[in-house]
Design a protein around this ligand. Structure first.
Ligand code: ADP
Length: 207
């Protein structure tokens, strides 16, 4: 019989955790839905968690809304706290699909620590690559139907992309140091992009 800590390590290392990375409008939400049903992963989207707080009018939601409506990021400690609780709330998960998180280097470092405490790690960072003009078009179109206040105004959309370039693209550099980043062409049909993502996942994980 192995000591308990080794059994736990073995159990946890069979998890697989993915970061779906990319700028606003790159298709992370759409592809996440398809990936979680194909692989049975738990979807953790900080954008969705924050919108839940906003619709419940919690103090956290009200604070977040003023930043989100300016196209700015909410503070690291807020989203790190939300992710930490979500990880603890899903002890039996087969793996996590992180969408919209981490968005800063500090968030990436915090995530690595949280996963390490659970004897697991990020398996791969799939980075969707889409041109800025295509992003603005998609977000403006989404704004016609999404009801999201941050999708309706071109200035806010451009600010979100600027915030991504300033603070979030360094997250890819961070994971590149560990050789975990794979760039995926994010333009094409939803199914074509899904196939590219699946191919990369299937190369790495036995499921
Ligand atoms: P998008 O569709 O632009 O990728 P999301 O739905 O992921 O956006 O998030 C919407 C907004 O919520 C972001 O513009 C940002 O203000 C806030 N937000 C979401 N995730 C994070 C995060 N990890 N760190 C800081 N702010 C976040």
């Amino acid at each position: 019989m192995q000591p308990l800590y080794l059994q736990n390590t073995r159990l946890a290392s069979s998890m697989f955790n993915i970061i779906l990375f990319g700028p606003p409008g790159s298709g992370k939400g759409t592809q996440s839905e398809k990936l979680i049903s194909a692989y049975g992963l738990k979807h953790l989207s900080t954008g969705d968690l924050l919108r839940g707080e906003i619709s419940n009018k919690t103090p956290l939601g009200l604070e977040a809304k003023t930043l989100i409506d300016k196209g700015l990021l909410v503070p690291d400690e807020v989203v790190i706290g939300m992710i930490s609780s979500a990880l603890d709330a899903n002890p039996g998960a087969k793996g996590f699909l992180f969408d919209g998180f981490p968005r800063t280097r500090a968030q990436a470092e915090a995530l690595d620590k949280l996963l390490k405490l659970k004897n697991t790690e990020i398996g791969v960072v799939l980075a969707l690559d889409v041109s800025e003009e295509e992003l603005v078009n998609r977000l403006m179109n989404r704004g016609l139907t999404s009801g999201r206040s941050d999708d309706t105004n071109e200035n806010i959309i451009r600010e979100r992309i600027a915030e991504y370039n300033r603070k979030t693209s360094p997250v890819a550099d961070y994971y590149r140091e560990f050789d975990k980043v794979v760039k995926i062409k994010g333009e094409g049909t939803v199914d074509e992009i899904f196939e590219l993502l699946k191919k990369e996942i299937d190369k790495r994980f036995d499921h």
